[in-house]
Every structure is written in structure tokens, then in C-alpha cells.
Design a protein around this ligand. Structure first.
Ligand SMILES: C[S@@+](CC[C@H](N)C(=O)[O-])C[C@H]1O[C@@H](n2cnc3c(N)ncnc32)[C@H](O)[C@@H]1O
Length: 219
């Protein structure tokens, strides 16, 4: 059975002709996407050859038109793709990969540095289409982004709260998002207690006050 995280990722992949899975590892997500007919053809890439081989063993026989690339991000991917997944990697690594102009539409699922990622993604000329938190034994953020065309350069300016919490989370206020905020209040208060007054202390205190502001705002 697929994990809830994988199901949540798959449910957000649009119908497409060719999809690239960067950092595919075992290839389970893409295998399921192909089985469900969400994309017609898959490209799989990983910086690690042994990881890519696991994906190839899983996918090759049933979906022989799939292609495999040992690659740092999209650098060595020579085929065109309409959509790309970059999941389960650190935020900084994902941002490095997004520097490739080949990537126009993507689903990213960074494991950390969410505030930094949202800021940077916007500065790099992407629009955040959806930005949602889900829970599967821990919290994960699933963000869909679209590169701005030259005509819509930086049309999206996210508010400070959208950068902190994710725009779709603020719009939908899902039970998972509210539970995450309550969890964060406890975590951040513990962090605050361990800090002496200074820059970091002020940063955490500001975050706590923002969480309270969102929790106390009207639905
Ligand atoms: C933790 S696994 C995540 C696998 C899968 N995407 C998921 O969400 O479960 C991270 C994978 O990304 C690969 N990876 C790390 N940095 C990469 C890069 N710059 N380019 C391509 N693959 C990378 C690793 O080799 C590893 O297979």
C-alpha cells in the first residue's frame, strides 16, 4: 500500500504527456502515476545510479517507453517534459534544482526551510499555485509552482503570512493546517524558553505571534 504522502502527491499531479521525477529513488510514485494513466510517459532521474536502477527494475517492463537519467537535477535530462516532481529533498537542494530553465511546472515537497523556499521560489520567477500541508506521521508541505512567462514577470507577490504559512493553507484552513499551527505553538514556545534575548529570540517570538494571529483570525 502506498503511503499517505505518496497518495497526496499523486492526487496533485495534472494529466500530462511527459513527466520527470527528479530524485526518483525507488520510483514508486512514478510507477503509480503511470499505472493510473496520469502521464503518458515518464522520465526518471536521480543523482545516484543505484537508486535509479531500483526505479528502472520496478518500471521498465510494464512501461518500456520510460527513460532514465543519472543526473544532478535536470542537468543531464535531454528529453522535453511538461511537469516535474521534486519530492523528499531538502529545501536548499530543491532550490538549486529549480535554477534549471527546463523546469516550467513542478510539484515540490521540501523537507525543510519552507519560509526560505517560498521566498526564493517567488524571486526565481515562479508563481505558487497551491501550497498545502498534509500529515503522514509528520507534517509535509506540498507546493505546486509554475514559472512565470515573460509577460507575467513577478505578478504574484505573496503576503508575509503566505510566505510563513502557505497561501492555500490560509485560504482553506484545513484541519491538518490548524493542527499543525497548534503543534508549532508548543514547539516554538519550547525553543523560545531555551533562547536568550537576541536576534533568534525575536525571530521565534515573531513566528509565535504570527501563528496566534492566524489561529485567532476568522474562518
Ligand atoms: C529521500 S529520497 C526521496 C525519494 C522520493 N522522491 C520521495 O519523495 O520519496 C531523495 C532522493 O533524491 C536523490 N537526490 C539528491 N540530490 C539530488 C540531485 N541534486 N539531483 C537528483 N537527485 C538527487 C537522492 O539520491 C535520493 O534518491
Amino acid at each position: 500500500m502506498l503511503s499517505k504522502r505518496f497518495e497526496e502527491i499523486i492526487s496533485r499531479i495534472p494529466k500530462c504527456k511527459t513527466m520527470l521525477d527528479i530524485g526518483c529513488d525507488h520510483g514508486k510514485v512514478t510507477y503509480e502515476i503511470l499505472k493510473r494513466g496520469i502521464c503518458e510517459k515518464a522520465l526518471l532521474s536521480d543523482i545516484s545510479e543505484p537508486s535509479l536502477l531500483k526505479a528502472k527494475i520496478l518500471i521498465e517492463e510494464e512501461f518500456p517507453n520510460s527513460q532514465y537519467f543519472v543526473s544532478d537535477g535536470a542537468k543531464s535530462v535531454t528529453e522535453h517534459f511538461d511537469f516535474c516532481i521534486i519530492a523528499g529533498m531538502g529545501g536548499q537542494e530543491i532550490l538549486k534544482i529549480l535554477q534549471s530553465n527546463k523546469i516550467k511546472n513542478a510539484l515540490i515537497q521540501p523537507m525543510n526551510n519552507l519560509v526560505f523556499v517560498r521566498n526564493q521560489v517567488q524571486d526565481m520567477g515562479f508563481m505558487i499555485v497551491t501550497d498545502e500541508i498534509i500529515f503522514d506521521e509528520r507534517y509535509y508541505n506540498i507546493i505546486k509552482i509554475q514559472r512565470n512567462t515573460e509577460f507575467q514577470a513577478n505578478t504574484q507577490q505573496l503576503s508575509e503570512n503566505e510566505i510563513y504559512f502557505g497561501k492555500t493553507n490560509l485560504e482553506k484552513r484545513s484541519d491538518e493546517f490548524i493542527a499543525y499551527l497548534k503543534f508549532q505553538i508548543r514547539v516554538q514556545n519550547d525553543i523560545l524558553k531555551s533562547l536568550s534575548k537576541g536576534e533568534k529570540y525575536n525571530e521565534v517570538a515573531k513566528y509565535i505571534s504570527k501563528i496566534n494571529e492566524v489561529l485567532n483570525s476568522e474562518d
